[in-house]
Design a binder for this molecule. Structure first.
Ligand code: UT7
Length: 337
């Protein structure tokens, strides 16, 4: 048995900054509401014509991560790509990364776990490395939200929150099993699937007659994400806490052992709640939702990369990743850096 460890990190966000004031020109919203409820000041949106897609952003992040890992791209044995916004309904973006990075004909897997997608993807990569099947796995989380949001007042409860971007990590074999990814814990509760969902273009859309009006296609909102924000919020704070505790306990650790918590950037108020609950100081929790909004599967790898670049992730640190989102799914990873 081996462990896996993160040997390279990278992120990419589009250059185009969209402020809260910019959004208030499109819909009935304002900077004060968005900052107070979410902590978000601005986010990035791709610009039509720039050519950025979920895949191309993922590839840009991956190139940085591979370079920092010190590996040649031919040493990558497998690709795991987490997203809720694939370029195509099928095939998924994993194979497009294999093509665009010019990798050998290695396996490429797509993970569909939304905000928890990156932690799920890390877990998948970790299992392949633990068993000895693969030595180096490229893990990507990338999202292009902006082209699929309802940018009218009708969609404001969702559209102000999400942003575009990508993050990537290279996981490699670690022979010392007291280091690297110590554990991952994954959960789901499909009972609440429709509380945060995008119904179309799923094959089940034609049966969701109650939200479709064939006489008036303008009223078909199934192409936009729907979120029961308060319900999601209440579940998030409970599940975040549970899954962090589960990970700590599995490793004989307590909250006081956490050097850095990198939570999924869903809402600054959720991060602050978790920070208080675990009695962590500001230096022990990394947040960047203010700059990028919620980038779903990309949020943790973008945040982890920024934290690492700022010297906030050091050798032997205990780093905790935790996420909650659509599904519902939630997950944590405990890492000895
Ligand atoms: O990453 C995946 C997981 N996602 C999450 O964890 C998100 C969890 N939920 C949340 O973060 C929060 O519920 C939101 C930020 C989405 C919303 O905040 P809230 O404090 O729960 O607000 P609300 O939905 O209860 O809306 C309060 C009011 C409503 O008006 P009335 O009915 O009180 O008159 C909304 O219509 O705010 C209104 N509103 C807005 N006003 C200005 C909703 N969106 C906006 C907006 N600008 N963008």
């Amino acid at each position: 048995m081996y462990n896996s460890k993160i040997t390279g990190l990278g992120y990419y966000v589009p250059e185009n900054v969209v402020t809260n004031d910019d959004l208030s020109k499109l819909m009935d919203t304002n900077d004060a509401w968005i900052q107070e409820r979410t902590g978000i000041k601005e986010r990035r949106h791709v610009v039509k014509g720039d050519g950025d897609t979920t895949t191309t952003m993922g590839v840009k992040a991956a190139k940085i991560a591979i370079e920092r890992s010190g590996l040649d791209k031919d040493e990558i044995d497998f690709v795991v790509f987490a997203t809720l916004s694939p370029d195509y309904y099928f095939p998924g973006p994993g194979v497009l990364v294999q093509r665009d990075l010019g990798l050998k004909t290695v396996g490429a897997l797509d993970v569909r776990n939304q905000c928890s997608g990156f932690v799920y993807a890390i877990s998948v990569a970790d299992q392949f490395i633990k068993t000895g099947m693969y030595k180096n796995v490229l893990v990507i989380g990338s999202e292009l939200h902006s082209t699929g949001l309802d940018m009218t007042t009708r969609g404001r409860g969702v559209s102000v929150i999400f942003g575009d971007g990508a993050g990537a990590a290279v996981l490699s074999r670690e022979e010392d099993t007291t280091k690297g990814i110590l554990s991952t814990h994954l959960h789901s509760e499909g009972e609440h699937a429709e509380e945060l969902a995008l119904i179309a273009p799923g094959m089940g859309k034609r049966w969701v007659t109650d939200i479709l009006s064939e006489d008036n296609p303008e009223e078909d909102t199934s192409y936009f994400p729907h979120m029961n924000g308060q319900f999601v919020f209440k579940n998030a704070v409970v599940r975040f806490s549970e899954v962090i505790n589960e990970g700590l306990q599995a490793n004989g650790l307590t909250a006081s052992d956490i050097d850095l918590l990198v939570p999924h950037q869903a809402n600054l108020r959720i991060s602050q709640f978790i920070q208080q609950k675990f009695k962590l100081n500001d230096d022990q929790v990394f947040n960047n939702i203010m700059k990028y909004g919620n980038t779903t599967a990309a949020s943790i790898p973008i945040a982890l990369t920024e934290a690492w670049e700022q010297g906030k992730v050091k050798k032997d640190d205990t780093v905790v990743l935790a996420a909650f989102g659509s599904g519902f799914t939630w997950a944590s990873a405990i890492i000895k850096w």
